[in-house]
Design a protein around this ligand. Structure first.
Ligand SMILES: Cc1ncc(COP(=O)(O)O)c(C=O)c1O
Length: 398
């Protein structure tokens, strides 16, 4: 068995990892969809049943005048220009290490479908964590094994030995989802912990490190598992333009992995999943001048995060701020009126009052492991931070 379309040899590190035996046989043997445009994309294009006249959107629409003129044509199936910019941003050798998806939620779904047979295979998650891993598993009829983080004192650290022994004891676990910085923990996973799992010689599975929030976590090259992608064939790092880049509306997520895994994702994806407007905006968002603005925006949001961190503790009724605070949100404990103990019911009431009466929507996370009595507050603009501090103080004084 080989991987269709792969032009480079299979990687050999780590030595215990066998990619071909991990991928579901039906995926390996798949003949990907091909269109004439894969071979010829110039001339009179009468191959794809597009509308030769063009779209019919009225010209007064403010957006349509700004968009590329070729919306009647299917977009590129590969978008190599965007991939090249991403590879350069993340210090990877080239576009063959990058996959583009409709948000990183699509990447999560695709990678699960590549390695997990419905009704038979399992994935592992480390709660508290992002809810879509389990939702996607349920949609795909894949069982979820949970090894919670060490939540003592809001630490939220990975129990590496437990993770490794559980992985080794159950060969039907094919995927491990780690989230760094975690949602809702805001905590970075040290690269040495990720390496300890990648090097586990008794588990032939894939580690997915979800780095949706990595741009808020400091010097990306030092904290991102993207730096391990060129070495480890059993690693996939997912990232997104939805958070640090402020482009949640265009739906562009990405996977960084070794070329064989990227090729497999390319083979199974819908041919034109990333739209022309999305591709156009993503390409520009990765230009040098946009990246300068991106860095400024990250610095501003991180300054606002520090402002919240400084001011939240002085509000009576606010308890500890949990986790590592490496993302664009904070996890804040709410205390009971008497005795100062963490109070889940009050946290939920505060959440509802803030939303219904004060027009400030945060997220109640009190049902998550280790997050009793917690609200997750996204870092907003400076004005929004001032409002949330004021309204929280008022609601907690009632
Ligand atoms: C940890 C994590 N991963 C992935 C996503 C999904 O991001 P995208 O907008 O790229 O689908 C989110 C969204 O909130 C998230 O919190």
């Amino acid at each position: 068995m080989s991987i269709l379309g792969l032009t480079t040899p299979l990687p050999t590190y780590p030595p215990h990892f066998n990619l071909l035996s991990l991928i579901r046989p039906n995926i390996l043997s798949l003949q990907p969809y091909r269109c004439a445009r894969d071979d010829f994309d110039q001339g009179i294009l009468l191959d794809a049943n597009e509308n030769a006249i063009g779209h019919s959107i009225e010209e007064s629409d403010p957006l349509i005048t700004l968009l590329p003129k070729n919306l009647n044509r299917y977009p590129s199936p590969t978008h190599d220009d965007i991939k090249t910019r991403i590879a350069s941003l993340r210090n990877l050798p080239g576009p063959e290490y990058v996959f583009l998806g409709v948000g990183s939620d699509e990447v999560i779904d695709l990678v699960m479908r590549v390695v997990c047979a419905p009704g038979r295979d399992k994935v592992m998650v480390t709660p508290p964590t992002y809810g879509m891993y389990s939702v996607t598993a349920q949609v795909n009829d894949v069982e979820v094994v949970k090894v919670p983080l060490d939540v003592e004192g809001g630490r939220f650290s990975l129990e590496v030995d437990k993770v490794n022994s559980t992985l080794s004891s159950d060969p039907s676990i094919k995927l491990l989802f780690l989230c760094s910085p975690g949602n809702p923990t805001g905590t970075l996973i040290p690269l040495k912990d990720i390496i300890a799992i990648l090097e586990n010689p008794t588990w032939n599975g894939l580690v997915v490190v979800d780095e949706a929030y990595i741009d808020f976590a400091g010097v990306t090259e030092e904290v991102s598992a993207a730096s391990l992608v060129d070495k480890y064939a059993n690693l996939l790092v997912s990232q997104t333009l939805s958070k640090g880049f402020g482009l949640a509306g265009i739906r562009l997520g990405l996977a960084l992995a070794s070329p064989p895994l990227i090729q497999i994702l390319m083979n199974i994806k819908a041919p034109y999943s990333v739209s022309t407007p999305t591709a156009h905006l993503a390409f520009t968002a990765l230009s040098p001048s946009s990246l300068a603005q991106f860095n400024q925006n990250i610095a501003s949001l991180n300054a606002n995060r520090s402002y919240l961190l400084q001011n939240l503790p002085s509000i009576p009724g606010v308890g500890a701020i949990l986790g590592g605070n490496h993302a664009n949100f904070l996890v804040v404990q709410i205390l009971g009126k008497e005795g100062g103990k963490v109070d889940n019911e009050r946290a939920n009431e505060v959440y509802l009052r803030l939303a219904r009466r004060e027009g400030v929507v945060v997220r109640f996370r009190g049902k998550e492991v280790g997050c009793e009595g917690c609200l997750r507050v996204t870092v907003g603009t400076r004005e929004e931070c001032e409002v949330v501090l004021r309204r929280l103080r008022e609601v907690l004084a009632e």
